[in-house]
Design a protein around this ligand. Structure first.
Ligand code: SF4
Length: 347
């Protein structure tokens, strides 16, 4: 009798899992969304190997930063409808993780790093919650502009790792560097960050982008440092533009300035770290070669050597890259003596 019950249980379990699989495949096939929303994993200096989630159809952001590596903000907004439901996102991530596991590629984090501002998505909390099922840590990189909003704060509480942007605490510089939505107010945002730090128990880090002739002086950094001392953060990162920026003048400070700033930051800002060199070449992929490249380069313009290495690892060659350029999928950009590739706007 017991044996019979076990057989029935086994049969039902198998049937249910086949049905789920069919349903998930249907969801992916019917969203009309390309398989590029889950990208990588990509190497991250802060997170290790990070599987990226970019659940936005086009670039929607509250800012239009001069150094943005994904181009001009096409829709400067403080709210939007998500392009995927949490269940649809779950199906996409599950499929990708299965492919990665089959190749024995283990990711360290699933990260929300869309080509825009992730907290604009009202379903962010639900998305994080449902992805927890896979047992990976979840990270969100936010520009912090909506942290004054209680719903946004609540959504972020579900994540294990949050990076908040603090490029400047000076209104004039903030306007120049981040070009915010007109309804935003810097003082309110800064207070939002402090309030959020009080209630968040996960790993909280900050990120300050240093841009030549804009915020690369001791006075600016001193002001940022004084602000950072007002709340708990696990690490304060200082970075520079290493990929082609939206505005050609938004480049990295010169070497001498960087050395002076590094020295100041190290001595005066607790738990700080400067990240001035580009990330490694170790990109991974586990899907169709073109989808994988478009997914990564929509968010991370890739250096030519990294891209060619990834293509080779996936069994392609230079011709693959050439065809993607000919078919208007990728654009080639020359920046700081190197060629980079990014997804063309229409892909
Ligand atoms: S850098 Fe981030 S915050 Fe700034 S415009 Fe680009 S996506 Fe938005």
């Amino acid at each position: 009798m017991k044996n019979e019950i076990n057989k029935i249980k086994y049969f039902l379990k198998n049937k249910a899992s086949t049905l789920c699989e069919k349903l998930e495949n249907n969801v992916i096939a019917n969203t009309g969304i390309p398989c590029t929303i889950i990208f990588g994993p990509v190497p991250s200096r802060r997170l290790g190997l990070s599987l990226g989630v970019n659940n936005m159809r086009c670039k929607i952001c509250t800012y239009d930063c001069i150094y943005c590596q994904v181009g001009r903000t096409t829709c400067c907004s403080t709210c939007c409808e998500p392009c995927l439901s949490p269940y649809e996102l779950f199906c996409f991530v599950k499929k990708k993780l299965q492919k990665l596991e089959a190749k024995e590629i283990k990711v360290d984090y699933i990260s929300f790093v869309p080509n825009g501002e992730p907290t604009i998505d009202k379903s962010l909390g639900k998305n994080i919650h449902i992805l927890r099922e896979f047992g990976y840590k979840i990270a969100v990189f936010t520009n912090s502009s909506l942290l004054w909003n209680d719903n946004v704060k609540e959504n972020l509480l579900f994540a294990d790792y949050i990076s908040v942007k603090v490029d400047s605490v000076n209104d004039k510089t903030w306007q120049i560097i981040n070009r915010p939505h007109t309804r935003l107010n810097l003082d309110i945002i800064l207070k939002g960050i402090i309030d959020f730090a009080k209630i968040y128990n996960g790993k909280l880090t900050t990120e300050t982008m240093l841009v030549k002739n804009i915020n690369d002086n001791i006075q600016e950094i001193e002001q940022v440092g004084n602000f950072l001392k007002k709340f708990r953060s696990d690490k304060s990162y200082f970075t520079i533009p290493t990929r082609p920026p939206t505005e050609s003048f938004a480049t990295a400070p010169d070497r001498k300035t960087l050395d002076q700033l590094s020295d100041y930051i190290e001595k005066n800002i607790p738990n700080s770290e400067t990240l001035f060199s580009p990330e490694s070449n170790s990109f991974y992929a586990a899907g169709e070669i073109e989808d994988e490249i478009l997914g990564i380069t929509r968010v991370h313009p890739m250096r030519e050597e990294s891209l060619l290495k990834l293509i080779k690892d996936m069994g392609g060659n230079k011709e693959t890259l050439l065809q993607m350029i000919i078919h208007n999928q990728l654009q080639k950009i020359f920046y700081q003596d190197k060629f980079f590739y990014s997804t063309k706007d229409n892909n």
